[in-house]
Structure formats: structure tokens, C-alpha cells
Design a protein around this ligand. Structure first.
Ligand SMILES: [Mg+2]
Length: 236
């Protein structure tokens, strides 16, 4: 029997990457007078990945990476006005409405009737807390973990604290790298619910190999989760 069902938040319960994509488009337009558009995106992603070790994940880190990329690509010609526009774009992201994914609220409500549910997300604490509060889903979760990285040890630490055996733990999320693989690694159940776009740093090299692993499951939408859960519970 599954004892705890953990949900990822960004791009699992609500839209997130699509907001980054829109801002990235604005950034590309902003850089146009300074460099040819070739390779701007790759450069930004490389800067983000490099900075994530120091800045963590989230919008504030993204703003700093955009500023750094702008300065580098323009060879220091970018002006205060452009830097201000980048900051404004980040500020707009931070106050962007929380758009729940179709079926997300129903799935959390339904699963919470039969199982303990929790939220495990990475990013800025302030931003994630604010989004959770605005999502209206906060009361459903018996625990909320906002972590800096989702590694096997991160999940182990959470499960130890909650006193839950890995085989009784199910994590559902859009990222194979953060939500599924580390959970499979510690002996838990990993459920992949893809979002239409995946940030470059969240991709895994061999998706097929992940799909073949024991305890891996795929659903097309969170609406399928209650049925999967009752199937898994019936099998044990
Ligand atoms: Mg996610």
C-alpha cells in the first residue's frame, strides 16, 4: 500500500515553464540591437546552469542570469534601461497569476481522501510559498517541503523524518530528473506526468532507460492518478 503521495508543484500542479518561455522571448527581443539572435538562448541556459550551483533555482536566479548574459553577449554595451527591463520582466513573473493545470485540483482533492498527500518543490522559498497560498491547494497537503535540489538524499531525508518506508512513497511530477529518477533510486514509486515543455537542465540523457525501470509509471494527466493509485494499492 502507498502511504504518502508527494506532488511536485511547478509544471505539475500549475504552469511555470511557459512563463519562463515568454520572458525568454522578451529577453531575446531586448538583446536584438546588441547581438545576432543565434545562440542567445543556449548562452542563457549555460549561464543558468552554471549559476544554479550558487543561486539555486527560481525567478530571482533567472533574472541574475539574464543580466549576466546580457552584459557578456553585448560586450558590456547593454544599458541601464535594458537591465531595468529585465528586472521588470522578473518582477512580472513573480506576481504572475497561478494557473492550475487541468485536473490538478481535482486530483489532489481525490487522492487526499484516500492517502496522505504532500508537496515537494524546489526553488525560492518566498516565491513557492506565495504560489502555494495563491493556488488554493495549501490546506490539502499534510506536509510541504521546499528544497534546493531534488537528489536521492533529499528524498531519503524527508522520508526518514516522516517515518515512511521508500516502497510506500509515491512521487508524481513533470521532471524525470528531479521527480522520478531520484525516487526510483531510493526504492520509491516514480510517476511521470509530462508538461509540454521541459527546461534544458531538467532533461535526462536516456529517457527510454528510465521508462523501463521497475516502479516507473507514466500518466498523461493528473486526472489519471487516482486510478493508478488504486491499481498499485490493489497489487500489494
Ligand atoms: Mg516541476
Amino acid at each position: 500500500m502507498i502511504e504518502m503521495v508527494a506532488f511536485d508543484a511547478d509544471d505539475t500542479l500549475w504552469h511555470n515553464e511557459s512563463i519562463f518561455t515568454v520572458t525568454q522571448e522578451k529577453f531575446l527581443a531586448l538583446m536584438k540591437p546588441f547581438v545576432s539572435s543565434e545562440g542567445i538562448e543556449e548562452r542563457l541556459v549555460a549561464t543558468e546552469i552554471k549559476n544554479s550551483k550558487l543561486f539555486g533555482y527560481g525567478i530571482k536566479a533567472f533574472m541574475l542570469s539574464m543580466i549576466e548574459t546580457a552584459i557578456e553577449l553585448s560586450e558590456e554595451r547593454v544599458g541601464a534601461r535594458q537591465i531595468q527591463e529585465i528586472i521588470d520582466a522578473g518582477r512580472a513573473m513573480l506576481s504572475h497569476p497561478v494557473d492550475l493545470l487541468p485536473g490538478a485540483a481535482d486530483a489532489v482533492a481525490k487522492v487526499s481522501e484516500t492517502h496522505k498527500v504532500m508537496l515537494i518543490t524546489k526553488g525560492d522559498i518566498l516565491d513557492q510559498e506565495s504560489k502555494l497560498a495563491r493556488s488554493g491547494l495549501g490546506d490539502r497537503f499534510s506536509a510541504v517541503e521546499i528544497v534546493s535540489e531534488k537528489r536521492p538524499a533529499t528524498y531519503e531525508r524527508i522520508l526518514t523524518r516522516l517515518g515512511i518506508a521508500p516502497e510506500k512513497f509515491l512521487m508524481v511530477g513533470n521532471s524525470l530528473k528531479s521527480d522520478v529518477v531520484p525516487v526510483l533510486d531510493i526504492g520509491g514509486v516514480g510517476v511521470h506526468v509530462p508538461y509540454h515543455t521541459t527546461w534544458a537542465a531538467e532533461r535526462v540523457e536516456d529517457e527510454e532507460a528510465v521508462r523501463k525501470r521497475p516502479r516507473f509509471h507514466h500518466i498523461d494527466s493528473l486526472a489519471e492518478l487516482p486510478v493508478l493509485l488504486s491499481r498499485l494499492d490493489a497489487a500489494t
